[in-house]
Design a protein around this ligand. Sequence first.
Ligand SMILES: [Zn+2]
Length: 353
Amino acid sequence: MPPGVLLIRFADDLAVEASGKTENEIVAVTNLAVQRVVEWMKSRGLELASEKTEATLLVDRKIVKQVTIDIIDTPVFTQPQTKYLGVFFDQGAKMKAHIVNTSRKAEATIMALSRLMPKREGPSSSKRKLLSAAADSIMLYAAPVWQESLKHLKYRSMFLKIQRKLAIRICSAFRTVSTDAILVLAGIIPIDLLVNERTATHGKEQAVKTTEKENTLTKWQRKWEATHHLGAWTKRLIPELKPWHKRGHGEITYALSQLLCGHGCFAVYFCRFKMKDSPLCQYCGNEQDDVYHTFFACPRWQNERRRAETEANTIITPENIVQTMLQSPTMWNVISTMASNIITQKRRKNKSN
Ligand SMILES: [Zn+2]
């Protein structure tokens, strides 16, 4: 092959990758390479299907000239994008087409699957999490090829938007929660970290994969610590990601997601989103009916709280509540039941007001 040309073959598909300083140089070197391929095939009684051939110029600038490649006697014009082995390559050389097409595909798949699942009642969070496995396998396809493009926030955001939607669905959470917090809660590793892991472990043995998995959690922890005011309540409850992420039990319910995110049936929350005029607690008159007041201070819920504290044999605080839940499935249920009893009664009262 001429210098600057690389042939990539898979089954009966062939890609010719040619590089050069100018369009003319690229065209010349590609034509020469294609000519040699055609001759080689001819000598073995094979033929190249020129009507199935596509070409795209990968140029790192906005305005890209259209050029023509000669395939036998047929001119093939370069197109804005080409799909090869399931990966879209675009002329901007930023893999934008791939990210856009893949996020559309992932979103459509999730929508189709989640239509089968009711929003609140119905499948448990772990069953809903199967959706995220489906999305991951679509989004991570050929990750090492396009991973560089995730350095651009706008491309990263397209995938993150899908992960966020999924996480909200998994946790039955309110739509206002921060992306960082809801991903932690749902146990969905941010896409950029997953892509880095996939790239680092590509073609490597199991031991490398295990180490990289652990590295990903360490990076996620650092990222979590670096988030500032958004998700502050969740971070106070879940400062350490690893024990939370690796737990072997515990479904996230509608009530638990409110306790862990702080977004839900709280007057302060309703006030913030203009659904109520006053942040006062309608039970005890406290001036801030927020997540802390509801679960840890309001006298109206002291029976629910005491019952949980007796079973947990500890005074429950924001600092130890998640630790308590992680102790055993029984302790998880104790807290989950407390949250559910309180939220159910608050919702009932809100509806009757
Ligand atoms: Zn109160």
